[in-house]
Design a binder for this molecule. Structure first.
Ligand code: HEC
Ligand code: HEC
Ligand code: HEC
Ligand code: HEC
Ligand code: HEC
Ligand code: HEC
Ligand code: HEC
Ligand code: HEC
Ligand code: HEC
Ligand code: HEC
Length: 298
């Protein structure tokens, strides 16, 4: 017997059979019981959809796979496919259906308090497509992330596309969602980026050697985080630095002219007029911190 007994029952009624025969329908009658897949290609393609996992057998997609999102399709089928008689989850209201099963309000993830929480402009269905997702993008995304996120955050996406020094997005490794949790809650304590399991900035999940702990950390915590000196996305400057040259960057805090603004002054043997001394990191190689040299020279 095919699943979705109600659908079968309704059809038998439709063809004027007595309901009493439904339970004992002859084997041949099974084929005439319409399933969503009889009329909709969506169903055939659904075998590989995460939403059909464990619910299909031998390539058949039973109607019960469709009903959580489309509701019971009996009336629709009875009417030979009347589109007024089936639910199509679109827009903010449609996206509420998704939360029936994916109410991921836990830690810094939320379907309710996120900047991307369901609104008419941004909702689950802006980013996800159940039936026509981008094949090369996992998680049923409607488009690849650089295009998807870039459709609203054009300036950030443009940085990755146009700047010479940037993290590589969409080439098999990093995506926007590597650093940003798209369902990130706006609750207090939840940052704009993901954090490591121990609550550290996302960067150190890949650049662990930059975080220490060091015996002589640069600035002993008063320098701020990676973004004091680096652009997270992309930059015109080598090493994604915030300033065109290393010299300019260092002098913002170590200028002998403004005098002890934040960092110490370079000792007087530094002839800052010469190119040799302007390339600070040729000597101060351990710029992120050192275990051996308080002057960060090794
Ligand atoms: C996880 C939720 C979900 C499941 C399960 C689901 N659908 Fe859909 N379906 C949607 C959404 C959302 C839309 C609205 C169009 C869109 O956003 O792509 C839709 C649209 C449709 C459409 C209209 C086509 C269109 O492009 O507007 C058909 C037909 C359809 N689904 C059939 C099915 C069938 C058949 C099944 C079962 C095999 C099924 N759906 C399972 C969510 C689902
Ligand atoms: C007898 C054929 C038939 C069966 C069986 C059938 N449908 Fe349809 N369905 C149609 C037709 C025809 C349309 C209208 C298509 C159009 O107008 O473009 C339609 C439209 C839809 C739509 C789009 C509604 C909209 O507002 O655009 C959805 C969603 C849908 N069907 C889901 C289902 C689901 C889920 C099932 C199984 C429970 C199902 N259908 C079973 C024929 C069928
Ligand atoms: C009936 C419950 C249910 C509903 C309703 C539902 N989902 Fe799912 N969804 C699931 C299950 C179960 C999985 C598979 C989880 C797994 O395998 O770990 C899943 C997986 C996913 C995935 C991951 C896909 C992948 O390839 O790994 C996305 C994205 C998703 N759902 C989005 C949606 C969206 C968007 C909606 C609303 C249109 C929705 N879901 C509605 C139950 C549901
Ligand atoms: C701004 C775009 C965007 C919106 C809006 C969005 N998602 Fe996602 N979703 C993503 C991206 C990107 C991923 C992949 C995340 C990753 O790489 O870890 C994802 C992954 C998922 C997953 C699978 C992995 C996981 O985190 O569990 C589910 C389920 C999911 N989304 C459901 C939803 C639901 C439900 C909604 C609506 C409340 C929603 N999403 C709204 C972009 C979005
Ligand atoms: C449909 C439009 C839309 C799409 C697509 C979209 N976003 Fe957003 N995003 C928004 C809106 C609106 C806000 C809230 C803006 C604000 O508060 O400044 C936001 C906020 C953000 C923020 C927080 C910004 C801040 O200043 O606090 C980040 C980070 C972000 N989005 C990343 C992403 C990523 C990553 C993706 C792709 C997975 C994505 N967005 C896709 C519309 C979108
Ligand atoms: C390598 C990690 C990383 C990647 C990849 C990344 N971001 Fe960001 N993003 C950040 C950090 C860190 C900030 C916070 C910047 C700050 O504090 O100055 C940020 C800030 C933002 C903001 C807030 C406004 C701003 O520019 O400061 C938006 C919007 C945003 N990112 C969108 C995106 C989009 C869209 C993508 C993919 C095209 C993306 N991000 C990829 C790390 C990343
Ligand atoms: C998923 C791993 C990953 C994360 C997370 C990550 N990076 Fe990277 N980063 C890389 C890889 C791989 C490269 C080298 C390839 C390239 O240039 O894209 C790189 C390159 C860099 C470079 C330039 C190296 C050079 O010699 O020019 C800087 C600076 C940098 N990352 C800083 C950051 C900052 C700051 C963050 C956090 C906002 C961050 N990274 C997050 C993987 C990551
Ligand atoms: C005080 C400024 C400053 C801070 C803070 C800083 N960096 Fe750097 N970083 C630099 C400079 C300057 C360079 C270039 C070194 C050179 O010229 O050889 C650099 C180079 C890099 C490089 C590429 C070269 C290499 O050694 O691999 C990566 C990756 C990097 N930084 C990641 C990070 C991460 C991750 C953080 C946060 C944990 C961080 N940086 C914090 C100044 C800083
Ligand atoms: C955001 C400000 C800031 C930037 C930018 C910065 N530093 Fe520092 N740096 C500090 C602070 C604060 C200390 C600790 C100063 C102190 O203890 O007096 C420090 C310490 C040092 C020390 C260790 C010697 C000491 O006095 O403890 C050296 C060497 C150094 N910085 C070199 C550099 C170089 C080279 C650059 C450029 C690549 C740079 N700094 C960029 C703030 C900065
Ligand atoms: C030719 C190598 C060299 C270059 C280039 C260089 N330094 Fe140094 N710097 C040193 C050495 C060696 C020391 C340690 C001196 C000592 O042991 O007292 C030092 C010490 C320092 C100190 C620590 C002062 C203190 O009070 O302990 C600062 C700050 C500093 N340098 C900043 C800079 C800045 C900023 C630049 C780039 C404009 C720079 N250095 C370029 C070799 C260099």
């Amino acid at each position: 017997m095919r699943p979705l007994a109600t659908g079968g029952l309704a059809l038998l009624l439709f063809f004027g059979l007595s309901p009493g025969t439904a339970g004992a329908a002859p084997a041949g009658a099974d084929k005439t019981v319409p399933s969503c897949s009889d009329c909709h290609d969506q169903a055939k393609a659904f075998v590989s959809n995460a939403h059909a996992r464990g619910k299909t057998s031998q390539g058949e997609v039973p109607n019960k796979v469709c009903t959580p999102c489309h509701g019971d399709g009996t009336l629709h089928i009875d009417a030979g496919g009347d589109r007024e008689k089936i639910m199509k989850p679109v827009g903010r209201c449609g996206a509420e259906t998704c939360l029936d099963c994916h109410d991921q309000t836990k830690g810094c993830k939320s379907g309710h308090s996120s900047k991307h929480a369901n609104s008419e402009a941004v909702n689950c269905l802006t980013c996800h497509s159940i039936h026509s997702s981008e094949l090369k993008a996992p998680n049923l995304l409607a488009r690849k992330q650089l295009d998807l996120c870039g459709s609203c955050h054009a300036s950030q996406a443009a940085l990755f596309r146009n700047k010479p020094y940037g993290h590589r997005i969409g080439r098999g490794g990093m995506e926007c969602s590597t650093c940003h949790e798209p369902h990130q809650s706006t609750n207090a304590g939840c940052e704009i980026t993901r954090q490591t399991r121990t609550g550290e900035i996302v960067c150190v999940s890949c650049h662990a050697e930059k975080k220490g702990p060091f015996v002589f950390p640069h600035g002993a915590g008063s320098v701020g985080n990676c973004m004091t000196c680096h652009e997270p996305h992309a930059s015109n400057n080598a090493h994604r630095l915030k300033r065109a040259t290393v010299y300019q960057l260092c002098m913002e805090c170590h200028s002998p002219i403004t005098g002890g603004t934040l960092g110490s002054q370079p000792p007087s043997f530094h002839n800052l007029l010469t190119a040799r001394y302007q390339n600070c990191t040729t000597c101060h190689t351990a710029i992120h911190g050192s275990n051996r040299s308080p002057q960060l020279v090794r």
